[in-house]
Design a protein around this ligand. Sequence first.
Ligand SMILES: [Zn+2]
Length: 375
Amino acid sequence: MNIIQYLTTIHFGAGAVSSLSETLEELGITRPFVISDHGVKAAGLLDGAAMQVISSAPAFLDVPTNPTESAVQEALVTYRQHGCNGVVAIGGGSPIDLAKGVALLATHEGELEQYAAILGGIPKITNAVAPLVAVPTTAGTGSEVGRAALITLDDGRKLGFISPYLIPRRAICDPELTLGLPPALTAATGLDALSHCIETYLSPRYNPPAEAIALDGFARIWEALPKAYANGADLAARTEVMMGALQGGLTFQKGLGAVHALSHALGGLKELKLHHGTLNAILMPPVLRANASHAATADKISRLEAAAGIAGTTLADALDDLNRKLGVPGKLSTLGVTRDVFAWTCERALADHSHQTNPRNLTGAEYAEILESVM
Ligand SMILES: [Zn+2]
């Protein structure tokens, strides 16, 4: 296990989860509340010796695929009933995001809505947020070190809650917990992580340390993801992908780009329930092609190509190949997306916070062209 302190303290490596007990002690969490989901429980990930310390703690497992305000409120009732004083989130991005909502409202008065970033909520979130320990069981979202939570309000708006105080106090990243992830989920979550590294790297915000991390994370995932996909039991590959996913999360402060602006919008289509990572995988090649006309970005894309050893082809084309190799559908139409949602999707993408940090200021028409190219 290694201890890394950058934004928060990270316990990283095979077996790192055994530090859960001492972590709770250090943070003064005497009555933990567990947020996880039924899939994680069914996979036996809540049963190991390291989980003994939370085996009798109250838990909330009914986490929706996209965390909702009503789920936050429901979990909060149990949290308060048991007088809990901290949260342990075990799972993918959804349980961790939900846990951020619970840790926030456990200590902050009033409705969730007022804390949303676009409604001026960022300064209202203080260091009183209940301590949160995040234990990811996928290697993808980076939410374990991210300062944002995406939560859908009761009225259907999907809003971002952003604050440095929402960063989990501890991230325990144990690649052994990802050994059982099926190939399709390994690919979709890993490609989400890859898109975080690419988009934060290309974001125009000045932050060279974050760019160095993003470039390194990109190269690691590029190299290791096909291996983890081909052989899920390959611990060395799982470790590399998990590190790359963590690195993608560490660079969120630079902001994402058009891939996420579009995938956030498409992810809001209730009837389709599209996987965030799969959407990003499909959208990366056309967005890179659209961004490449910007000279400074083209230069950065060639640095990404050099880092991954891509020669004789472009990153966008190499990503198309990678998608094929990892069994990711190349078209949005395969997922059930139809052209009649384009106008709504493009409007949402323009309003998304990730749109602002895309290297080029894309227009609604350009967003529509990107969508059309992957139909
Ligand atoms: Zn993402």
